[in-house]
Design a protein around this ligand. Structure first.
Ligand SMILES: [Zn+2]
Ligand SMILES: [Zn+2]
Length: 311
């Protein structure tokens, strides 16, 4: 886990402005982040749960708009990409074609990359959409159908990323991947720092098995001090969630545990936290649940589809 810790340490910049709770609903900022989905990979209702009448969830994904450069980016390509791109179009229409100037992939689990298929022949038939991927992820996409066909036909153009190396985007934004511990069958797993230099910086970290620590303490404490917004893994609420199943072997930090870890931080730090990637069983899925209220009362936020933030 030293890698991950070193990653954020090496990324540390001069102190950033503190995130404020501002109503951005009418604001059109230069650099805007939009939550396109806040659910776990399978969304909700999950397959085989026709009786589930709870709030609908799309898999976790963020959109990023750079209005100066006229560019739009996606963080993760979820199976709901068609609907999610429509949401982004509603906020900032594409300048040309699909208007996807880059897709940043965290890892090869279904909620995070299956949407790439919609750039292919049977759907958009896109041309050279830049897809930023870590080395194993790149190899996986280039070496296995149907993804390899997207590469061969030039629907997507793979762009290599490396640990802790910022990707500098036209217009001044920087995106930096850092490895995190997760179930890595087909690819590495990374979180992203999304930075508008001298303005603000966000962390997108939808999937992690546990919060790594080093001698200075949990990596998460370092992150909450550094970033203006952190969108972090909230897959499960607590250990009682899966109907009596023994959850001790199931990874992911529980939301209750993450809040306990951060509860002593100043309120302006706690307000930076936006819980994302929640499972269909997680009660924070319902904005009206006692658990959602608890999150807010303790000074944190639950990311909801459509939430927007200025960097
Ligand atoms: Zn996931
Ligand atoms: Zn995953």
């Amino acid at each position: 886990m030293r890698l991950a810790v070193a990653a954020w340490g090496a990324l540390a910049l001069a102190s950033q402005p503190v995130a404020a709770q501002v109503d951005y609903s009418d604001l059109r900022c230069t650099y805007e982040l939009i939550v396109l989905g806040a659910g776990q990979d399978a969304g909700a209702p999950q397959i085989g749960n026709a009786e589930d009448e709870g709030p609908r969830l799309l898999p976790s994904s963020l959109g990023l708009i750079d209005r100066n450069a006229g560019k739009r980016y996606l963080f993760d390509a979820s199976p709901a990409i068609t609907e999610q791109l429509t949401m982004l179009d509603g906020r900032e229409p594409p300048t040309d074609g699909l208007g996807v100037d880059g897709v940043f992939l965290t890892h090869a689990h279904i909620g995070h990359y299956l949407g790439l298929a919609y750039f292919g022949r049977e759907a958009a038939g896109a041309s050279n959409v830049p897809v930023y991927a870590m080395p194993r992820m790149m190899e996986f996409l280039a070496g296995n159908g149907p993804w390899s066909q997207l590469v061969e036909l030039g629907n997507i153009a793979l762009q290599p990323m490396a640990d802790r190396s910022p990707v500098e985007l036209e217009g001044g934004l920087e995106v930096t991947p850092a490895p995190v511990p997760h179930r890595d069958e087909y690819s590495e797993t990374v979180g992203f720092s999304i930075s508008a230099p001298r303005l603000g910086e966000a962390l997108y970290l939808p999937d992690i098995d546990y919060w790594p620590t080093d001698r200075r303490g949990p990596l998460l404490i370092e992150a909450i001090e550094r970033f203006d917004y952190i969108f972090i893994d909230a897959t499960f609420w607590d250990d009682n969630e899966l109907g009596g199943r023994d959850m001790s072997e199931i990874p992911h930090p529980r939301v209750t545990e993450t809040m306990d870890l951060l509860q002593d931080r100043p309120v302006q730090d706690r307000l930076k936290v936006h819980f994302i990637h929640y499972n269909h069983t997680n009660p924070i899925r319902d904005p009206g649940s006692p658990e959602s209220r608890e999150v807010e009362e303790r000074g944190f936020n639950v990311a909801r589809r459509g939430d927007r933030f200025c960097l």
